[in-house]
Every structure is written in C-alpha cells, then in structure tokens.
Ligand binder design. Structure first.
Ligand code: NAD
Length: 416
C-alpha cells in the first residue's frame, strides 16, 4: 500500500480535468480545498473509569449544490488530509450522479475492535454532540463509511434529536429501516459497482456474465458487489480482507464466503481454496478487479503488474495518480470511484427524500431509481470522454462533475 497523500491525489485529479475545461484558475483553486474542517479531541470515559482522548474530524468541502454529504469513518489510520480528500471525492461524486448535495466527510482515529460497544457508543455520542451545530437535514448529513453502519447512524440521530428536541431522521442516512432507513441502502454501494461494471463491459463490447472477478476488501461494498456480480453470471475467483485472501480458479460462492467471514471474522480459511496475499489478488489475471478496501491499494509499480482489463473502484481513492497514468497507458479501463461507488450516496439521498416525505419507498423502487441514476451518469461520463477526447474515464467524470459545481457556483453569485 502506498503512502501517497490522498488529498494531493484529489487535487491532482481536479487539475487533470480542469486542463480540459474553460474555467478560471481562481475557481478551480476554490474547488481544490475544503470550505471548513473541524478538528476535535473527544474526551471519553472508558469502561474502567479512565478517560481517553480520541482525535476526530469533519470536513465540509463544498456546498454549492446542496447540503454537505458524506460518511464517517472509524479507523486508526484516519488523518486530517484523508478526511479532506474523502470530502472532496464526495462533492464530485454527488455532482457526477447529479444529486443535490455538496461533499463532506468525517472520521475518528479509533480501532473499533479495541473498544466495547458501550465505549463506542460514548465515543459516537460525544462526536455527535460536537457536530450538532454543524449538521442538520439542510446543512450537513453524515452517513456510514469504513467500520461504521446502522448502529452508529442510529446513535448519531438519537443524540442530535435529543439535543435539538425534535425528530429529524434526515440528519443522517444509512439508518436501520426501523429508524427511518431506506430499503436497499445496505446493498447500494455494491449495487452501483455492479451496474457500472456491467455498463463498462457493454461499452467495451464484452459481457459481464462471462467475466472473472477479484475483489479486494470484503466488507459492505466489496462483498455485496461480489454477490451481485455473481448474480449476473460472473465468476468471483478471489476475495480478500485485512487478514489475507482466498483464491479458487473455478469460482467461489460469494455469499458463502461472506457467511464464513461473519462467523470467523475473516475470509481466510474459507472452504477448499488457496490462500493469496492482497498483492497477488490485485495482480491476478482476471477480467474485472474490484478494489473495495482503502486508499492507495495500487501504486504506479503495482499498476504495471495488474492483469485485469477493467477496474471498478468500489473503494474511494484505491489508485494513486501514478497508478492511473500507468493504467491509462496500458489501456486498462478504470471506472472511477466517484461513479462506481456512488450508489451509497444516491440511496442515502433517496433515504433523505423519504424522510422528508415521511413516505417509505419499496426496495424495487429504490433499485429502479438507482439503476436509472447510475446508468445515466455513466452515459454522461461516456459523452464527455468521447466529445472532449479525454485520456480516461476518471478525467471524464471530473470534467462533468466540476462543470456542474462551477455552474451552480457561478449562478449563485458571490457574497461580498
Ligand atoms: P467495511 O468496513 O465494511 O469493509 C472494509 C473491508 O476492507 C473489510 O473487509 C476489511 O477487512 C478490508 N480491508 C481493510 N484493509 C485492507 C487491506 N489492506 N487489504 C485488504 N482488505 C482490507 O467498509 P466499506 O463500507 O465496505 O468501505 C470500503 C470502501 O468503500 C472504502 O473506501 C469506503 O470509503 C468505500 N465506500 C463505502 C460506501 C458505503 O456505503 N459503505 C460508499 C461509498 C464508498
């Protein structure tokens, strides 16, 4: 894994696209920095009565198109720059799928495996208390990310509503259905990865049902992408998590691997499979590679070894800019994160719409609307790619997204 600064990667991606747009440098500069970043030191009592300090961040990158929107990550490797980068990717992601949000992101430097449920609840409620003045259904709407899910979202909603003396389910998305969550939200990120990969294979004249697939990272995004691709007929031959990977050239059973991980904590040791390292998985000779873990999984050197024809970025920022250059030169089609994993935020948007309407949609309606958003964004990306003669799909996605944000900004005028 490379140690490239993800915030610098984001800025480079914006610069690459800006070179193809007729937009002033001053406006582009504005789109390379968050509007504000909150940095916190949370003091939280542990079960043994001692107090521990947890560093936490919330970055609000850009609000030109609507309230800031983005997940909250719990991980020991969270940094200020990582959160800033993730908040920027959210702004561009919401723009490419054309939903009325800006970008935000949060994180706490914590390894959740080291703390009890009660301790994690206190950490989460402490963070929510500090966030309260900044968030709200029309201001900033957090959501799940790595190591957070419905449980943490429900705690944040409850804290916010208690402090505000109101009910406001739209303050956060990714909630349990019983607390105002949406059908289809848990599957949404994996679903958009599947849809985007299917569209890319069709664009290339191939057929996803005949594809072999390797998936790095077997959490929410990766495992669901794997079994939805399998449902289309693709053969998932390798998957991994932070403990290692498993490989079977004849194909795994993606749901059974997930059940094994739920039971044992890891995909390793599943069935009659060969063990493989993450590096081996990323360089397997497969048709489709799905990085679904963390940033910087593939750097320039590793990109030289990648054998896949298509990469669908379920994770945010899994390729360094150097890897992007190598893969562009090698004609590997990369479906950028801001489109491939946009299902999560799109169904979060549907959840927020349902919360405002106080009217729940069926799962089939959610999936149909998601299908339409992702295929139409894919079409916009391809139009830009072909009409501007752009070097790759990532630049095309940013060209479309930047233009939409710039249009919203320029139409609003400047506050003196
Ligand atoms: P998760 O916590 O559910 O899963 C992460 C998985 O990655 C785990 O299986 C973990 O073991 C594995 N992992 C961690 N480090 C690894 C390594 N070095 N090598 C291999 N595997 C490793 O998280 P998630 O929600 O699935 O998020 C994964 C990625 O998808 C992140 O980049 C996240 O930002 C992105 N994403 C998630 C959502 C969402 O709705 N959950 C939406 C958009 C983007």
């Amino acid at each position: 894994m490379s140690d490239v600064n993800p915030f610098e990667s984001l800025q480079e991606q914006v610069d690459d696209a800006a070179a193809h747009l007729d937009v002033g440098d001053d406006v582009i500069d504005r789109l390379k920095h968050p509007e504000r970043v909150l940095e916190l030191n949370l003091s939280v009592e542990l079960d043994d009565g001692t107090v521990e300090r947890f560093k936490a961040f919330r970055s609000q990158f850009n609000g030109d198109r609507g309230p800031y929107k983005g997940g909250i990550r719990y991980h020991p490797g969270v940094t200020r720059d990582e959160v800033k980068a993730l908040s920027g990717w959210m702004a561009y992601k919401c723009a490419i799928v054309d939903i009325p949000y800006g970008g935000g992101k949060g994180g706490i430097v914590v390894d959740p495996d080291e703390y009890s449920t009660d301790e994690l609840e206190r950490v989460t409620r402490s963070f929510a208390t500090e966030l309260r003045p900044l968030i709200g259904p029309d201001r900033d709407i957090p959501a799940p990310d790595v190591n957070t899910g419905q449980r943490e979202m429900n705690w944040i909603k409850d804290t916010y509503e208690t402090l505000e003396h109101t009910t406001a389910p739209g303050v956060i998305t990714g909630k349990a259905i019983s607390s105002g969550g949406s059908a289809g939200r848990v599957e949404a990120t994996g679903r958009s990865t599947m849809i985007a990969a299917r569209e890319a294979f069709e664009y290339l004249g191939g057929d996803i049902s005949e594809a072999t697939v390797a998936v790095q990272g077997y959490g929410n995004a990766g495992s669901i992408a794997a079994y939805l691709l399998e449902d289309l007929g693709a053969t998932v031959v390798a998957v991994s998590d932070s403990s290692g990977g498993v490989y079977d050239p004849d194909g795994l059973d993606a749901r059974a691997v997930k059940a094994h991980k739920n039971e044992t904590g890891s995909v390793t040791g599943y069935g009659d499979t060969e063990a493989c390292t993450n590096e081996e998985l990323l360089t397997l000779d497969v048709d489709l590679l799905v990085p679904a873990a963390l940033e910087n999984a593939i750097d320039g050197d590793l990109a030289e070894e990648v054998e896949a024809d298509v990469i669908a970025e379920a994770a945010n920022g899994p390729l360094t800019p150097a890897a992007d250059d190598v893969l562009t030169d090698r004609d590997v089609l990369v479906i950028p994160d801001i489109l491939a994993n946009a299902g999560g935020v799109t169904v979060s948007y549907f959840e927020w719409v349902q919360n405002r309407q106080r009217f729940a949609w069926t799962e089939s309606r959610v999936n149909e609307e998601l299908e339409s958003v992702i295929t139409s964004a894919f079409g916009d990306l391809v139009d830009a790619y072909e009409s501007h003669d752009l070097p790759n799909f990532r630049t095309a996605a940013y060209v479309v997204a930047i233009q939409r944000i710039v249009d919203a900004y320029s139409e609003s005028g400047n506050w003196p």
